[in-house]
Each structure stands twice: as structure tokens, then as C-alpha cells.
Design a binder for this molecule. Structure first.
Ligand SMILES: [Zn+2]
Length: 75
């Protein structure tokens, strides 16, 4: 999974940011990490209009960063 890493302080974020919440730097680079730990997961079977009928949502931890990710569940 790709994380966004602050070029100045090394803080990692799962979503792209305009400014670092820790040091206010505006320079980031992308780095790939392996998915390490699934904290929780749930399947949504009632989804908003425009989304697939079923979605698998996972809360995972990647290199110490908690990330919320969703995938279309294959049925
Ligand atoms: Zn920073």
C-alpha cells in the first residue's frame, strides 16, 4: 500500500495532503509499504446510490499508520 511521507520530518499519511500536520512542510514523496495488519473489517450491503451493491471496508495498520480502505467485494 502507498503512503505519503513528509520529506522534512518523515511523518506518514495514508491520504495525500497539501501540508504536513506535524511540521507544515509542503513536500511529500510516495512510498510503497506492505499491508501488515488488518485491525477490523466489515461488509456493507446497503450502499449509497452510485456505489456497488456490496463493499468490503477494512481498517488496516501499515508501518504504524492506521488506514481506512475499501474494495469491491467479489461475490
Ligand atoms: Zn512533516
Amino acid at each position: 500500500m502507498k503512503l505519503y511521507v513528509c520529506s522534512s520530518c518523515g511523518s506518514k499519511f495514508f491520504e495525500e495532503r497539501m501540508i504536513c500536520a506535524k511540521c507544515r512542510s509542503v513536500e511529500f514523496y510516495e512510498k510503497e509499504f506492505e499491508e501488515k495488519e488488518v485491525i477490523s473489517e466489515t461488509t456493507l450491503t446497503s450502499t449509497p446510490a452510485g456505489f456497488p451493491d456490496t463493499l468490503l471496508i477494512r481498517l488496516i495498520r501499515v508501518d504504524g499508520v492506521t488506514c481506512l480502505v475499501g474494495d469491491v467485494k467479489q461475490t
